[in-house]
Design a protein around this ligand. Structure first.
Ligand SMILES: N[C@@H](CCC(=O)N[C@@H](CS)C(=O)NCC(=O)O)C(=O)O
Length: 236
């Protein structure tokens, strides 16, 4: 049996949620290292600092049979194939979309940390306000419009059927609605296909059970953050 150990910051859903949703939807046993081991953050740091050809730069990290892999999109790509969460023949297309989701997640991060990840939000508020305004009015509609355009009248983003990208889109929309409730409300009539995909994900039995469990950590001060001053309605 393949063993899976997910290594990610314990207190936020963050980027770790993308591979975590895949593990949960497949119903395979996995160790959520930083949440299950007594000194979780220490376990993350030791996973990061252990040298080797498989050394990662940053979490999320997934150890598959003891070998480390990093980059959230790669983790989804690998798990998608190992756990049968991507249609055969659609692996590259799914990865393309997952990388696009990862790009959008980076831009969400940069709305509250536009100058430096290592500085506090309070030390880059003016720049954050400018960045967030551009994100809401241009980047967010661009990404959502692109993804919506792919969704057709299906409840999966890929024409070939269900994939891990659907799980990721569900989490992405949830995070965006937490961080930018006004912007997302004003864009609601532009995302019927994405909403349909997210509803189909929510209805998957293992996903529903996971969402109702304490393993689903609420959004707080991670990548998806709610600062009312960075939110606002998007004009049509
Ligand atoms: N592109 C990477 C980004 C990884 C990343 O930025 N991880 C964050 C946590 S969500 C981190 O700990 N970064 C530390 C750093 O960049 O120094 C991915 O999608 O996994």
């Amino acid at each position: 049996v393949t063993t899976y150990r997910l290594v990610y910051w314990p207190s936020i859903p963050g980027r770790g949620e993308f591979p975590r949703l895949l593990l949960e939807d497949a119903g395979v046993p996995y160790v959520d290292v930083a949440r299950e081991e007594p000194d979780g953050v220490k376990a993350i740091l030791s996973t990061l600092r252990t040298p080797g050809a498989d050394a990662p730069l940053a979490p999320p990290i997934l150890e598959i049979d003891g070998v480390r892999f990093a980059q959230s999109a790669l983790l989804c790509h690998l798990l998608g194939q190992l756990l049968d969460r991507v249609p055969a023949g659609a692996e590259s297309r799914a990865l393309q979309l997952q990388l696009t989701v990862a790009d959008l997640v980076d831009e969400v991060h940069d709305t509250h940390h536009p100058i430096a990840s290592g500085l506090r939000y309070e030390d880059q508020r003016d720049e954050a306000a400018r960045r967030a305004e551009d994100f809401r009015s241009r980047r967010l509609p661009k990404f959502l419009g692109y993804l919506e355009g792919l969704s057709g009248d299906r409840d999966t983003i890929l024409p070939e059927g269900f994939s891990y990208v659907d799980l990721s889109l569900f989490h992405l929309l949830a995070g965006l609605r937490f961080a930018f409730p006004e912007a997302m409300a004003s864009l609601a009539d532009r995302t019927p296909g994405l909403d349909r995909i997210a509803a189909a994900v929510r209805a998957r039995p293992r996903v529903a059970a996971y969402l109702a469990s304490p393993r689903r950590v609420p959004f707080s001060d991670g990548i998806f953050r709610h600062y009312p001053e960075l939110d606002g309605a998007v004009s049509p």
